[in-house]
Design a protein around this ligand. Structure first.
Ligand SMILES: Nc1ccn([C@@H]2O[C@H](COP(=O)(O)OP(=O)(O)OP(=O)(O)O)[C@@H](O)[C@H]2O)c(=O)n1
Ligand SMILES: C[C@](O)(CO)[C@H](O)COP(=O)(O)O
Length: 389
C-alpha cells in the first residue's frame, strides 16, 4: 500500500462567520489546519500529505503549517469552487505517483484521532472504500419552509458522514472524473454513484466539523481534553579507536587517523541518540532491539537503529520535539561537520534540522577520550506523547 492524505482547506468558511477562513483560525493554541494535518504526518502508514488551498491563501497556509517541518507534507495545490472540485484537484495533483490509496479529510475537522484512522486503514485492506461516520441518535424530522414538521423520518440504519473518507486511489479518481458534473457533498456519494462499496466505520464526536461560530468553542474543549505529556530520554555510548582512516559520526563520514571499533558501523552519536529515544518511550535500549550477538547487525548502518526508534515513537502517536547530542573526543574535530550531522539526522528522522543539536567537547586530555583511546557520545531526546500511552 502507498497511501496519501488529501486535506481539503480551500473553503471560505462562510457559515463560521470569521473574517479569516476557519481552517486558519487558532484553536487550543494552534491553527485548525495544523491540528488536522499533524495527525496524518505522525502516522507511519501515510506516505504523503497534500493540502488543497484557495488561490491566494499561500501566506495563510505557510503560517498555519510553519511548525510542521516534515518531508511527507507536499507543496499545496489549488482548490476549486466546491469541496468536490477541490478534492478532484488534489487527486489530479497526486495522480501518477504510485499511490494505491487515498484518505480525504476536511481541514475543518481538527479532532481526528488515531483509532478512527486505524479503523479506516484496516477496512481498506479488504475493500476499496470506507468512511468515518456516526450513527444517528436523535429522532429525525422533515420540515417545510415554515419550519413545520412534515414527517418523522425513520432513522434506522442512518449515519452522519464524517471524514476521513478512504478509497483505492484510482477508483476515487475515476469516480471524480466520471461524475464531475454531478454535485455531491462528500466523496462517499461519488463512490456510491461509481458502484464502489463503502464501509461505514465508527467516527467520534471529537472529530466534528467546525461549521458554525459556536463550534469553535466546542471543538476547542474537545481538543483540550486530549492532553500530552513530554518525556525526555537519555543515551550514552562509547567506542574504542582502532587502526583505520575514517569515523562515522551522526551519519557523517569524517576522515581520521583511526576508525571506531564496533559490531555495527560504530556511530556512537547515533547510538546514543537511539538509546535516548528508546529511553523516552520506556522501550529498553539499542541492545534489546539489535543484539550485538546477532550476526545480521554486523557492519550495519546505524540509521537502521535510529529509524526503528523513531518509528516506535510515531507508532505511539508521538512526535520528536528536540534532540541534543554531545560528542566527547579530542579528535576528530567536530565543529566543521556539525551542520552536516544535523542535516543527516534530520533526514533520517524526518524532523526539522532546528530540532536537532550536535555539540562537542574535549575532556582536556583527561581519561580515555583525552588519551584518544576512544570516543564517547551523550544524547537527550524529548518527545511529546498522548497521555494515554
Ligand atoms: N471549495 C471548497 C469548499 C470547501 N472546502 C473544504 O471542505 C471542507 C468542508 O467544507 P465546509 O465545512 O463546507 O467548509 P466551507 O466551504 O469553508 O464552509 P462554508 O460552506 O460555510 O463556506 C473544509 O475543510 C473546506 O475548507 C474546499 O476545500 N474547497
Ligand atoms: C464531507 C463532509 O464533511 C461530510 O460530513 C461534509 O459533507 C462537508 O461539508 P458540507 O457542510 O456538507 O459542505
Amino acid at each position: 500500500m502507498k497511501t496519501a492524505a488529501i486535506i481539503v482547506a480551500a473553503g471560505k468558511g462562510i457559515r463560521a462567520g470569521s473574517p479569516t477562513p476557519k481552517q486558519y483560525q487558532s484553536i487550543a493554541g494552534r491553527p485548525v489546519l495544523a491540528w488536522s494535518v499533524e495527525r496524518f504526518l505522525a502516522r507511519s502508514d501515510i506516505d504523503a500529505v497534500l493540502c488543497v488551498i484557495a488561490d491566494g491563501a499561500e501566506a495563510l497556509y505557510r503560517t498555519a503549517v510553519s511548525d510542521l517541518k516534515n518531508k511527507k507534507l507536499l507543496p499545496p495545490c489549488t482548490g476549486g469552487a466546491t469541496r468536490q472540485a477541490s478534492v478532484h484537484n488534489g487527486l489530479k495533483a497526486l495522480a501518477g505517483q504510485g499511490f494505491t490509496h487515498v484518505l480525504v479529510h476536511d481541514a475543518a475537522r481538527p479532532g481526528l484521532d488515531d483509532d478512527t484512522l486505524d479503523r479506516l486503514t484496516a477496512a481498506l485492506e479488504t475493500q476499496d472504500g470506507a468512511l468515518a461516520a456516526l450513527p444517528v441518535n436523535d429522532t429525525l424530522k422533515a420540515g417545510d419552509e415554515a419550519d413545520q414538521i412534515t414527517k418523522t423520518v425513520d432513522r434506522t440504519g442512518l449515519w452522519a458522514a464524517q471524514t476521513p473518507q478512504a478509497f483505492a486511489f484510482d477508483r476515487l479518481l475515476a469516480a471524480h472524473k466520471q461524475f464531475a458534473n454531478t454535485e455531491v457533498t462528500d466523496d462517499a456519494a461519488l463512490a456510491e454513484l461509481a458502484g464502489i462499496e463503502v464501509r461505514l466505520v465508527p467516527g467520534t464526536v471529537r472529530n466534528m466539523k467546525i461549521t458554525r461560530p459556536e463550534d469553535f468553542a466546542i471543538v476547542e474543549r474537545l481538543l483540550m481534553e486530549t492532553t500530552y505529556e513530554f518525556r525526555t530520554g537519555h543515551g550514552y555510548d562509547v567506542h574504542a579507536f582502532e587502526p583505520g582512516d575514517h569515523v562515522i559520526l551522526c551519519g557523517v563520514k569524517i576522515p581520521h587517523t583511526a576508525k571506531l571499533k564496533g559490531h555495527s558501523d560504530a556511530d556512537a552519536g547515533m547510538h546514543a541518540l537511539t538509546d535516548a529515544l528508546f529511553g523516552a518511550i520506556g522501550l529498553g535500549d539499542i541492545g534489546d532491539h539489535f543484539p550485538p550477538s546477532d550476526p545480521q547487525w554486523k557492519g550495519a548502518a546505524s540509521e537502521v537503529f535510529l529509524k526503528k526508534a523513531v518509528s516506535e515513537v510515531i507508532a505511539r502517536g508521538g512526535t520528536i520535539t528536540h534532540c541534543d547530542i554531545t560528542l566527547i573526543c579530542e579528535n576528530p574535530k567536530i565543529g566543521p561537520h556539525r551542520n552536516a550531522m544535523r542535516n543527516a539526522l534530520a533526514e533520517i528522522m524526518n524532523v526539522a534540522p532546528d530540532r536537532i543539536s550536535v555539540k562537542a567537547t574535549t575532556t582536556e586530555k583527561l581519561g580515555f577520550t583525552g588519551r584518544e583511546e576512544g570516543l564517547a557520545a551523550m544524547a537527550t531526546a524529548t518527545v511529546r506523547l498522548p497521555e494515554t500511552l
